[in-house]
Design a protein around this ligand. Structure first.
Ligand SMILES: NC(=O)C1=CN([C@@H]2O[C@H](COP(=O)(O)OP(=O)(O)OC[C@H]3O[C@@H](n4cnc5c(N)ncnc54)[C@H](O)[C@@H]3O)[C@@H](O)[C@H]2O)C=CC1
Ligand SMILES: O=C(O)/C=C/C=C(\O)C(=O)O
Length: 522
C-alpha cells in the first residue's frame, strides 16, 4: 500500500489506458503493454457510468502483482468511506428508475452485456489469467460461465412466475415481489469475473442496483467489466464498481445505511465480520458464501472396473487441483475405503504427476501472501511427518528474486485427523488422503468439519449414492462428478460455509422482498 498518487492519474490518461488495455486480447500484446509502460497501469473506479478518479484526499493506493512473475501489474485506489458513499448514492438514485423498468427491458440489457462479453471473451480471459495466475484455458472456462450468468438471468426473468393460492374459498392469496434495493456485492480473488457476475447478473435482473467491490488482489476483470458496461450503454449508476481493500472499502460499503443487502463470497472470518457489522440492521438481506474443507469419499466399488477406476481418479484429481485448488468447492480431504487405499494413492499420484503440471496445466497461486499461507501448511506437514507422495515444501521466496508464486500439486498421506491440514481451509494445490473402514466411518469423517459446503461421492452403488449423499452435511453433493452446475439449483453451504442460497428462484429470494396479498374470495 502506498499513498503516492501515480503521476499520470488524469481523467484523459485513464481513458487512454482503458483503450490500450481493451486492445490487448492476446498474452503477447498484454505482456508487451504491461512491461513497456514507464508507469504502472492505473485502475479507476466505475461510478455513475464513468471511470472516475477517487475524490478523497485520504486515498491510498494498492499495488497488485502478477502471480506468474511476481512483477507489478497495476495500481488501484483504496476507496475511502466518502467515495464509497458517493457510489452508493448513485446506486440509490439509479434504483428509482431501474426498479421500475419492465422485465423485458432488463432482460435486453443483460442479453447485450452477455453478447458483448462473448465478443470479448479472449480479452477477458487473457487479463484474468495474468491477474489471477490461473491458466489461460481455465480463464476461458470462467469467462464462459460469466457469459452464462448474464444470459441465464436475462431469460429467467422473462419466465419467472409467482405463486397464488385459494384458501378454503375464503381468500385468494398471491405473492407480490419487489426489488429489495441497493446491494453491496463483494467478491474474492479466486474466480474474479465468474463470481462477481454471479452476483451482478441476478441483482440487475430482479430490479436492484449495485455497488460491487472485487478483491484488491484481482481487480482487473472487474475494471474491464466496468468498461464493458459503459460500452453496453447500461444506465448510469445501475452498477458501480469501487476498488479497495476489505477493512477500508468493503467495511464502509457493508456498513452504509443506504445499502439494503450484501451478497458476499469469501473467507469465513470475513463472513463473520460482515454478519457482526450488520447485526443491528435486521432489514439488510445477507447472502454469505464462505469457505469449505470438502470431503471426497472414494468407495472401493468405484475402483473395480477399469472405466469407473479411470473416472474416479480423474474426478478426484480435478476436484483437488482445478484452478490450483483455489475454488471453495475443491475436494481437499480425500477418504478412500481401506481395501482400495493403496491402489488409489498410487494411481492418483501417477495421474496427478502426469496431468497436473506446474506452469502448463497448473497456474500460480494468487498472491505472495497466499503463497506464504500455503507454504506454512506444507512446513507443518513436514513437521508433523506427513508423507509427501507428491510435491514438497516450496522455497522461501527472497523478496528481490521472486519469479512468481508457484506451488506444485502436493499429495499428503499419514496426516492425523485433528491436524490443521485436515481441518483448515488451505485453498491451494494441496490434498490429504486418508483411509476409512466402512460407510459409517466415511460419513463420520466427512462430517467432521466446521464447514459444510460441498462433497464428492465416488461409488457405483446406486443405493449408497442416496443413502450416503443424504447424510453428508454439505449444501452441494456431487456423485461421480464435480462442479456440474445448473444455474437454477440452490447454491450455498451449511454450517460455517455460509447462509442463504443463490441460483434461479433462490437468487430471487436474495434480491427481492415478498409480501403476501390476501384478497377476498368473493
Ligand atoms: N470462495 C471462498 O471460499 C474463498 C475463501 N477464501 C479463504 O479466505 C482466506 C483469506 O483470503 P482473503 O483474500 O483474505 O479473503 P477475504 O474473505 O478477506 O476476501 C474476500 C473479499 O472480501 C473483502 N473483505 C475483506 N474484509 C472485509 C470486510 N471486513 N468487510 C467487507 N469486505 C471485506 C475483500 O476485500 C475481498 O473482496 C483464503 O486463504 C481462503 O482460505 C478466500 C477467497 C475466497
Ligand atoms: O458458482 C459456482 O459454480 C462456483 C462457485 C465457486 C465459489 O463460490 C468459490 O470458489 O468461492
Amino acid at each position: 500500500m502506498s499513498n503516492m498518487k501515480p503521476e499520470e492519474w488524469t481523467r484523459q490518461a485513464l481513458m487512454d489506458c482503458a483503450d490500450a488495455i481493451w486492445s490487448c486480447d492476446t498474452l503477447e500484446k498484454a505482456n508487451s503493454l504491461i512491461h513497456s509502460r514507464p508507469t504502472p497501469i492505473c485502475l479507476p473506479n466505475y461510478v455513475a457510468g464513468e471511470l472516475r478518479l477517487p475524490s478523497s484526499a485520504a486515498t491510498t493506493f494498492i499495488d497488485s502483482f502478477e502471480p506468474k512473475t511476481g512483477a507489478l501489474l497495476c495500481r488501484l485506489p483504496c476507496a475511502q468511506q466518502d467515495d464509497v458513499e458517493e457510489a452508493v448514492r448513485h446506486a440509490r438514485t439509479a434504483f428509482q428508475t431501474w426498479s421500475k423498468t419492465t422485465r423485458a427491458e432488463r432482460s435486453g440489457h443483460l442479453r447485450r452485456v452477455s453478447e458483448l462479453l462473448q465478443d470479448h471473451r479472449e480479452l477477458f480471459a487473457v487479463w484474468e489469467s495474468i491477474d489471477q495466475g490461473k491458466t489461460l484455458e481455465r480463464a476461458r472456462i470462467e469467462v464462459d460461465r460469466a457469459i452464462s450468468n448474464f444470459s441465464y438471468f436475462s431469460t429467467y426473468i422473462l419466465h419467472e412466475q409467482t405463486a397464488a393460492r385459494m384458501i378454503d374459498g375464503v381468500a385468494l392469496t398471491y405473492e407480490h415481489r419487489s426489488p429489495a434495493g441497493v446491494f453491496a456485492l463483494i467478491s474474492p480473488w479466486n474466480m474474479p469475473l465468474y463470481l462477481l457476475t454471479w452476483k451482478i447478473a441476478p441483482c440487475l435482473a430482479f430490479g436492484c442496483t449495485a455497488v460491487a467491490k472485487p478483491s484488491e488482489v484481482t481487480s482487473m476483470s472487474a475494471y474491464l467489466l466496468g468498461v464493458l458496461l459503459l460500452k453496453a450503454g447500461l444506465p448510469a449508476g445501475v452498477v458501480n464498481i469501487v476498488l479497495g481493500d476489505g477493512p477500508t472499502t468493503g467495511a464502509a460499503l457493508v456498513a452504509s445505511p443506504l445499502i439494503d443487502g450484501v451478497s458476499f463470497t469469501g473467507g469465513t472470518p470475513t463472513g463473520i465480520a460482515i454478519r457482526r457489522a450488520t447485526a443491528h440492521q435486521i432489514r439488510k438481506h445477507l447472502s454469505l458464501e464462505l469457505g469449505g474443507k470438502n470431503p471426497n469419499l472414494v468407495f472401493a466399488d468405484s475402483m473395480m472396473a477399469p472405466a469407473t477406476r479411470e473416472r474416479t481418479i480423474r474426478i478426484a484429481a480435478s476436484a483437488a487441483f482445478e484452478n490450483q485448488g483455489e475454488i471453495c468447492l475443491c475436494g481437499s480431504r480425500i477418504y478412500v475405503e481401506r481395501t482400495a487405499y493403496e491402489d488409489f494413492v498410487r494411481e492418483f499420484t501417477e495421474y496427478v504427476a502426469r496431468k497436473y503440471v506446474l506452469r502448463e496445466t497448473v497456474g500460480a497461486v494468487a498472491s505472495l501472501q497466499h503463497y506464504h499461507k500455503i507454504r506454512g501448511y506444507l512446513e507443518l506437514a513436514a513437521e508433523e511427518k506427513a508423507t509427501f507422495r507428491l510435491g514438497a515444501v516450496p522455497p522461501l521466496l527472497d523478496k528481490n528474486e521472486i519469479q512468481g508464486y508457484w506451488i506444485a500439486p502436493t499429495i499428503l498421506t499419514d496426516v492425523a485427523r485433528e491436524s490443521a491440514l485436515q481441518t483448515n481451509e488451505i485453498f491451494g494445490p494441496v490434498v490429504t488422503i486418508s483411509p476409512f473402514e466402512d460407510e459409517e466411518e466415511a460419513v463420520r469423517l466427512a462430517n467432521e468439519s466446521e464447514y459444510g459446503l460441498a462433497a464428492v461421492l465416488l461409488t457405483t452403488d446406486g443405493a449408497r449414492m442416496r443413502r450416503v449423499g443424504e447424510q453428508i452435511e454439505a449444501g452441494l453433493v456431487w456423485v461421480n462428478c464435480w462442479l456440474v452446475r445448473e444455474l437454477g439449483t440452490p447454491f450455498g453451504g451449511m454450517k460455517n460455509s455460509g447462509t442463504g442460497r443463490e441460483g434461479g428462484d433462490y437468487s430471487r429470494d436474495v434480491f427481492t422482498v415478498v409480501r403476501t396479498l390476501h384478497l377476498p374470495a368473493y
